[in-house]
Design a protein. Structure first.
Length: 149
């Protein structure tokens, strides 16, 4: 009787172990690819159509950015901030060097290097280089939008 029970338990364990499980690596890789694609499209739009349009388009409704240690919250205020910049001919370029995503498939982040160049009101060129960090959140419509930049 004990051999029969033991055989039954082993068969059940074997069956449970052989069942297909959700592959978190595949999920994470898919989300990472989507986030990376969104980040690259964001950078391309900023270069082609301007920083204001790109930040307005890729910001989630509840997004926040840090500008000189001041938080600018919400897509509307972020758009206004970039539309009212005192600098002309702004060029902001960045390249994501790292991307990761949560197993929940709704959050992720990127970071890398950026270069900022602009002209002030008298034509002087202002430039800066640094490191960016963006937090992305998947929206209800499936698009990735940034919630922190």
């Amino acid at each position: 009787m004990n051999k029969l029970i033991l055989s039954f338990v082993i068969a059940i364990l074997f069956f449970l172990c052989s069942c297909e499980q959700k592959n978190n690596t595949t999920i994470s890789d898919t989300s990472k690819t989507e986030i990376l694609d969104a980040e690259k499209a964001f950078a391309a739009m900023a270069k082609k159509d301007g920083v204001a349009k790109a930040f307005s388009y890729y910001a989630a409704e509840d997004a926040a950015i840090n500008y000189n240690d001041k938080l600018i919250k919400g897509r509307k205020d972020i758009s206004a901030h970039y539309e009212n910049k005192k600098y002309k001919d702004v060029l902001l370029e960045w390249t994501p060097e790292f991307v990761d995503a949560a197993a929940s498939e709704d959050l992720g982040y990127t970071y890398g290097n950026y270069t900022y160049t602009a002209k002030d009101s008298i034509g002087n060129i202002i430039s800066a280089k640094g490191i960016f960090h963006t937090v992305w959140k998947k929206q209800k419509d499936g698009q990735w939008k940034f919630v922190w930049d």
